[in-house]
Structures are given as structure tokens and as C-alpha cells.
Design a binder for this molecule. Structure first.
Ligand SMILES: NC(=O)c1ccc[n+]([C@@H]2O[C@H](COP(=O)([O-])OP(=O)(O)OC[C@H]3O[C@@H](n4cnc5c(N)ncnc54)[C@H](OP(=O)(O)O)[C@@H]3O)[C@@H](O)[C@H]2O)c1
Length: 228
């Protein structure tokens, strides 16, 4: 299994959970250090760079005999009114959220095609489908909405070759300083914020759900259901 954005937050939680479940894991982020666990290979690098994807596949996946699953988790979120986004904001979000997906998913799927099986999981956000009044984030919609669309397209194109593709679309998940979430508990119908374990459970489910592909699985406390 390959997991990007794995030094912190959801990615780090996914690495721990899948490692404990017996998976060999290739973990990536820009700042990730070497692993002391023989079942985990850490590859440092920016997912927006093609050479990072090459090293993840050659140095990381090459250490193990196969690639069951790629979790495209690395992502950045810059929220501002649309007219205030800078070109640097735009380029950073496209590079990490979309170009990162392109380089690594293409290389991973070439391996999966040869194996005859595989699973792509894209971590996205419900804001792409249900923008929140007062929380402008057009570039999150643009980039993560693109991943949701690509998930369905990949599922259709590669299902006959044994490769599944799914998205996990998130509401607010607590990955930063707890103080930064004050007052946000009412952001979804369940009136609580998500935990990293909520995301881990969904990815684990999709990993084992062999008849599920092209799914946008919402882990958002019901945010995607509509207004509340
Ligand atoms: N937390 C939420 O509420 C929430 C909501 C909706 C969607 N999401 C999505 O969930 C995913 C994980 O979010 P998170 O909250 O766990 O994020 P996080 O705590 O900010 O962690 C982001 C991870 O991505 C890595 N990263 C950032 N840019 C990278 C790049 N260019 N190349 C490689 N790695 C990079 C970071 O490590 P380095 O700094 O070492 O590179 C870090 O490990 C993201 O795709 C995010 O958009 C999160």
C-alpha cells in the first residue's frame, strides 16, 4: 500500500492502521524521515514532482512484491474569497492536489494493470459538492472536485481490468491544534467533528469491499446530505 501525505494527520493515522493490519506500507511526505519499521518504507518528496512518484514506485514499492492500493491523501487547503487567491495559491493547490494525483496514480496503475488488480483511494472534501456559505474555498472545490470526477472515470475505464477507484469525501476532521476547531462542532448534522479513526474506518471498509468502485464515500457527519 502507498499512502501520501503520511507524516501527519490522516495520512499518519492510515499508515499506523494499515501497518497494524499487516500491510507493507510505502509512506510519503515532503518532510518524512526514515522508518525503523521493516514493513514501512518512507519516501520523502513533493508529490507534485514526477521524480517523487518515480522514487515512490521504484524505491518504495520495489521493496515489496506488489501494490494493492494507493491512497492519494496528500493535499492542501487554502480558504479565501475567490478574488483574493494568488497565482501562487492556485499553483500550490493544483500541484499538490491534482498534479500529485496524476503522476503517482498513473505509475501505480501501470503496475496494477500488470498485476490484474488494484485499488485507488482519493481523499477529497464534501466542500467540493456542498460549498459552505461563509467558508469560501473555490480552489478546494476545483481540485478535490476534479479528483471525485476522476475517481468515477477511473472506475469505469479500469474496472474491467480489475482495478477499483473510490473517493473518501471528508467533512471537518480534527488533525490540527484542538483550539483551532472552537465553535465548529455544529458544522454538520451530527454536531461533532470527525476523528482520524473515522477516516481510517472508511478506507479500511473500501479496501475490503471488493464490489465497490466509483463510490464517493462521505465521511462528513452528514454534511453531504444537504442543508441543516
Ligand atoms: N482535516 C480535514 O478537516 C480535511 C477535510 C477535508 C479534506 N481533507 C483532506 O484530507 C487529506 C489529509 O488532510 P490532513 O488534515 O490530515 O492534512 P495535514 O494534517 O495538514 O497533513 C498533510 C500531510 O500532507 C503532507 N503534504 C503536504 N503537501 C505535500 C506535498 N506537496 N507532497 C507530499 N506530501 C505533502 C504533509 O507533510 P509534509 O509537510 O511533510 O509534506 C502532511 O503529512 C488532504 O488531502 C486534505 O485535503 C482534510
Amino acid at each position: 500500500m502507498v499512502i501520501t501525505g503520511a507524516s501527519h494527520g490522516i495520512g499518519a493515522g492510515l499508515v499506523s492502521a494499515f501497518s497494524e493490519a499487516g500491510y507493507n506500507v510505502v509512506a510519503n511526505s515532503r518532510s518524512i524521515g526514515a522508518s525503523t519499521d521493516p514493513s514501512i518504507v518512507n519516501i520523502a518528496g513533493d508529490v507534485g514532482e514526477a521524480e517523487t512518484a518515480d522514487r515512490i514506485i521504484n524505491e518504495g514499492v520495489g521493496r515489496f512484491s506488489r501494490l494493492d492500493t494507493l491512497v492519494n491523501n496528500a493535499g492542501i487547503f487554502i480558504a479565501k474569497p475567490f478574488t483574493q487567491y494568488t497565482v501562487a495559491d492556485y499553483e500550490a493547490m493544483l500541484a499538490t492536489n491534482v498534479t500529485g494525483f496524476f503522476h503517482l496514480t498513473q505509475r501505480a496503475m501501470r503496475l496494477m494493470e500488470r498485476q490484474g488488480w488494484g485499488h485507488i483511494v482519493n481523499i477529497t472534501t464534501t466542500v467540493a459538492e456542498q460549498p459552505i456559505s461563509g467558508s469560501p474555498a473555490v480552489l478546494a472545490s476545483l481540485t478535490k472536485g476534479a479528483l471525485n470526477a476522476a475517481t468515477k472515470a477511473l472506475a469505469i475505464e479500469y474496472g474491467p481490468r480489475g482495478i477499483r477507484a473510490n473517493s473518501v469525501s471528508l467533512g471537518i476532521i480534527k488533525t490540527q491544534n484542538p483550539d483551532s476547531y472552537a465553535g465548529l462542532e455544529s458544522s454538520d448534522p451530527l454536531c461533532r467533528l470527525g476523528e482520524i479513526d473515522d477516516v481510517v474506518s472508511a478506507v479500511m471498509y473500501l479496501e475490503r469491499a471488493e464490489f465497490v468502485t466509483g463510490e464517493i464515500s462521505h465521511v462528513d457527519g452528514g454534511q453531504s446530505a444537504g442543508h441543516w
